[in-house]
Design a protein around this ligand. Structure first.
Ligand code: A1D88
Length: 269
């Protein structure tokens, strides 16, 4: 079933469920294509509800997370909203965005990020929270938060484990973007395909999951969370405080308003 693209710019989260041999596959769709599928504060809550709904459907064996349209997986968090934050709203939003990543990591079934296009900032953190990532070769990855005056603080903490400290520093300190072949080489992606073959490559993984023991996979995912748990909670709590303290100065508001003003300025020529 095609749920259609949300052209309102407000954004929403959709859920599609497909029954296959061996079980069902749920697809959670970040549907805000006119704004490159950015996550607004309202969409964070909606996201958690949709994943819980998917988890509650009997026979769902895997969740695919993807963005609507062909330009973006998730272009990051909504700079228009973040530009107006004070310390209180900063804490509420970053905690809600962390909940989005947490639910992805907590659900029993494997969650796969299917990426076609921009995967930036909070979007790269949500992808990092997924169990596996597959992308088209034209996709672009980056953590440009510092470019708008905020540190990368929540599931950015997963990046050193995925891509190493040096590459994490490069992305987080410079806001540089990397193309899919580099994201594959650095270990962020597990598979890369040409545009038309994304679904076929994803299917290969889904068949493997559907052919395996549901309880074995659930136990495996639970165990793997424990393998890495030791310092993550403390890192996130410190990260949330760090995000809030960025708002103790006018740096985020100033840099984000500059970003938004550049975008709304009439184009020359
Ligand atoms: C805690 C988490 C923090 C974060 O995630 S911080 C945010 C991280 N993301 C970014 O910094 C990316 C910001 N976006 C961009 O720099 C550009 O976009 C791109 C280079 C990704 C693409 O540029 P182009 O192809 O020219 O598209 P376009 O016209 O800029 O984007 C389409 C519409 O989407 C809006 N938009 C894009 N990203 C954001 C965003 N992160 N927050 C708010 N709006 C965004 C634009 O402004 C525009 O809107 P309009 O058509 O009304 O001008």
């Amino acid at each position: 079933m095609d749920v259609g693209l949300d052209a309102s710019g407000e954004g929403r989260i959709d859920l599609e469920v497909e029954t296959r041999e061996g079980g069902a596959v749920a697809t959670v769709i970040i549907n805000n294509p006119v704004k490159l599928n950015i996550m607004t504060p309202a969409m964070c809550e909606d996201f958690v509800s949709r994943v819980r709904e998917a988890e509650g459907i009997a026979d769902v064996r895997a969740i695919v997370l993807t963005g609507a349209g062909d330009r973006a997986f998730i272009g990051g968090a909504d700079i228009s909203a973040m530009a107006e934050f004070d310390c209180g709203s900063a804490r509420a939003f970053i905690t809600a965005l962390h909940e989005v990543c947490s639910i992805v990591r907590e659900v029993e079934v494997p969650v796969i990020a299917k990426i076609d296009g921009f995967c930036l900032g909070g979007g790269m953190e949500i992808a990092a929270a997924c169990d596996m990532r597959i992308a088209t070769e034209g996709s672009l990855f980056g953590m440009p938060e510092v470019r708008v005056g905020i540190p990368s603080v929540i599931e950015a903490a997963l990046l050193p484990g995925l891509i190493g400290w040096g590459k994490t520093c490069e992305l987080l300190f410079t806001g540089a973007t990397v193309k899919a072949p580099e994201a594959l080489a650095m270990g962020f992606l597990q598979r890369m395909t040409v545009a038309g073959e994304l679904d076929a490559a994803l299917d290969h993984w889904l068949k493997g999951i559907l052919a395996s023991g549901p309880r074995a996979i659930a136990l495996q995912k639970q165990l793997m969370r424990r393998w890495e748990k030791t310092t993550m909670d403390q890192a996130i709590a410190a990260g949330i405080d760090s995000f809030v303290s960025a708002y103790e100065t006018d740096e985020p508001g100033r840099m984000m308003r500059a970003f938004l003003n550049r975008r709304s300025a009439p184009k020359a020529g």
